[in-house]
Design a binder for this molecule. Sequence first.
Ligand code: ZN
Length: 470
Amino acid sequence: MGLNPADDRFEAGLRTKLPAACFRPLDPHYLTEPRGLLHGQGGLLLTPATTEEVSIILRACNEARVGVVPYGGGTGLVGGQVCPDGPAPVILSLERMNRLRDLDTTDNIIVVEAGMILADVQAAAREHDRLFPLSLAAEGSCRIGGNLATNAGGVNVLRYGNARELCLGVEAVLPDGRVLHGLKRLRKDNTGYDLRNLLVGSEGTLGVITAAALRLFPRPAENIAAFLQIDSPAAALELLGMAQAAFGNMVSAFELIDRQGLEFLRETIPHLRQPFAQPGKWMVLVEIGTPRDMPVQTALEGLLAEAMEHGLVSDGLISQSEAQRQEFWRLRETIPEANRLIGAVSSHDISVPVSRIPDLVERGAGVVAAVDPALRINCFGHVGDGNLHYNVYPPKGKSVAAWRHLRGAVKQAVYGLAHDLGGSISAEHGIGRLKREDLARFADPARLQAMRAIKDALDPNGIMNPGAVL
Ligand code: ZN
């Protein structure tokens, strides 16, 4: 049974049940995604302010068989937020559901509504001398409901885990309008199937997360970062081992940076100051966050000296101030923007077991060169948790349009390699619409069948984010 469009008649029916503030003109930005690969369509934009209003909307959509595309900050990179074909859906934006419901420093918990901007969740925690550690480049505009629905990762996963691991409970509306009251704040709760973890990472295909209870952590008294030139990804892993031996889980981020990334920055954003006049082929950005009264500067200098003695690091800088630490991070966080300006033939968010990172980098260069030896690679990211952004670009001075036809071949080569190495074709961005066929190709068949059965059980009419994930 097909879906119906969110047409004028459907809207007229909803207007009798919802306040006028839920209806807004459909601005084109709801129909685009950051890389411009997909253009969505929408029949009706709805902006509910309460869980009850979300429930009314889903019940109506389910009865009329109208598709629903849940919309957070619109920053997702796999097209989960735009629906390019089929009957025009409802676009359900959580932007007005942005309240802080509770914050408790004994439970170390923050309860927020789904539409709260990630940076605002971080700021609310900071105001109470706590840390909400989820951190990613889009944090100023992405919304926590979207972060949870896509199980977002970012730079602090190494120490604190991804969105899933930071979430203790969710309130959600199921496709038929029933409200799931799951805002528990328990670390231990073994009471049957874990619906929270089904909804986290479901990318809006099983329901709409409306609020969440999230874990807070003590705020490190001091954060210090080191920007180090290394020989190879294998040296990065050895250095990671040394850093973890010295600092335990105080190592909060461990990022690999490819010289190509700094060259893209120099080319596209030349005013951004770079730490090395002559960058090596590879660099790592390490961050250590420590409690009070730890001689972290001395310890980090000692580690650096030892790493240089072992030939793992050829040159390095340790941040001498908060401003310098932020400068290091600005470089790392601006690489995606430089990448966008250069224009990728194909981008991949992949993960492999940490031990296989050197294989991935070495064999990756081979499989990409086999497609075309002139292609350029910028491979960077969260090496500490095995997640690399493995992006492939046209030769210098060439337009991406003339090289886009290689996209399919590059993608299959990179995903095939990640799969061979026991990895994943989507480490932190999700499946959305852009990776749906790749999931169908690489996922274990029994798992795919179980996923379909779950989808059919919870959303028998198939209204939730039609065309995403499955
Ligand atoms: Zn990332």
